[in-house]
Design a protein around this ligand. Structure first.
Ligand code: BGC
Length: 367
């Protein structure tokens, strides 16, 4: 639609992406994963919590606060489910992954009953991390009363299930323990320890670090999961933002090198080698994560290179899709997914979020 075409110099800007995130936020605080892709008409804790952080670094504190209040309500709505699964787990009884707390909610905060692979604990960890960042960035020293119950409940949930196999950050492989999921949970529990002033959660977080150092880094780099020795783009989050490994950690540096060697496609970063989702193009979310890592490690040149890669992928209406190039890399799988769900999301809210996060990080580092 010609009317929606934006002036070129306003397209790949932080302001445009912040506006997109705000446009994709409901009055109640929920943030839709993508408005144009039917499967994504929900609010994921993973996507939404990175979006809230992007809103905070862009100074949109009120919008971020609304998202966090929405999560508090969504978590209160499943309070008895969370309490029940913790109790069942503590009794040593088996649980059905189909009836675990969900990865995503309807925009009104209610649970969606369907066959989505819902048991994904990373999003709960990412939420606690993002909430901790929100309070730190807005100067809130002690957790407001209305947050305490949900924060405690989620921290207890994560502590109970951190080493249980569950679906990964790509909503796949429900039988395995995933290294990047461990990192998200680590980040969440460290935040919970601080927010609740309870060292127990820090102790649990420390045990995650031990697990990660041992099982997940056997061959000199961090592996994708208990079942795969591949690398995965989401392993970038081990250092930035979740800090379960030091930036200069040798195994982590090797992991980043392998990600760049094996997962780069047309200048951006794919999810993992064997990925077939929409032909597995390059994702702004991961390309942004790599740039973010380079800001933290002081290589602004590379950070800018990855930011610029994202910048060239906005369309003329200022939208930023989920992934790019799958139709060229693996046309057969691309077509299979298009036949199933239509073309990939053209405007993905957490793609904008990573663009904002990376751009602001570069700006703060002095460029
Ligand atoms: C991705 C998830 C994401 C969801 C919604 C899925 O395809 O694998 O990481 O949370 O889409 O954006």
């Amino acid at each position: 639609m010609a009317d929606d075409v934006l002036p070129r110099d306003t397209i790949a800007t932080v302001e445009n992406s912040v506006r997109s995130i705000l446009r994709h936020q409901e009055e109640n605080g929920a943030i839709v994963a993508s408005p144009d892709f039917e499967q994504y008409h929900f609010c994921w804790l993973r996507d939404g919590s990175f979006c809230a952080y992007a809103l905070d670094v862009a100074g949109q504190y009120e919008a971020s606060a609304r998202y966090h209040s929405w999560v508090v309500k969504a978590v209160s709505g499943i309070a008895s489910l969370i309490d029940d699964v913790i109790a069942t787990h503590e009794r040593g009884e088996l649980l059905d992954p189909a009836f675990m707390p969900p990865a995503r909610f309807a925009l009104d905060g209610s649970t969606v009953i369907d066959d989505w692979p819902n048991f994904q604990i990373d999003g709960y960890g990412t939420w606690l991390w993002s909430l901790g960042q929100h309070f730190a960035l807005t100067g809130v020293a002690s957790v407001p009363e209305e947050f305490l119950e949900s924060v405690t409940r989620v921290a207890r949930y994560l502590s109970a299930f951190v080493l249980s196999p569950c679906y990964d950050v790509w909503e796949e492989n429900g039988e395995d323990v995933h290294t990047s999921t461990l990192a998200c949970v680590y980040g969440g529990l460290v935040a919970a320890g601080r927010l609740l002033d309870n060292t127990h959660y820090e102790v649990v977080a420390e045990s995650i670090r031990t697990r990660l150092r041992g099982a997940a880094a056997r061959g000199g780099y961090f592996i994708k999961s208990s079942a795969s020795e591949e690398v995965d783009g989401s392993l970038l989050w081990l250092s930035t933002p979740f800090r379960v490994v030091e930036l200069k950690d040798r195994e982590f540096a090797r992991t980043v090198a392998l990600i760049e060697e094996q997962l780069k496609f047309e200048g951006g970063v794919r999810r993992y080698g064997a990925d077939v989702y929409f032909g597995s193009g390059s994702w702004p979310v991961l390309t942004g994560s790599l740039g973010w890592y380079y800001v933290a490690s002081g290589d602004l040149g590379r950070a800018i290179q990855y930011r610029d890669w994202i910048a060239t992928h906005f369309d003329t209406e200022g939208r930023l899709g989920e992934q790019f190039g799958g139709e060229r890399r693996d046309p057969q799988h691309y077509q299979e997914w298009v036949a199933r769900w239509g073309p990939p999301a053209r405007d993905l809210t957490w793609s904008h979020a990573m663009y904002v996060i990376l751009s602001q990080a570069i700006e703060e580092a002095g460029h």
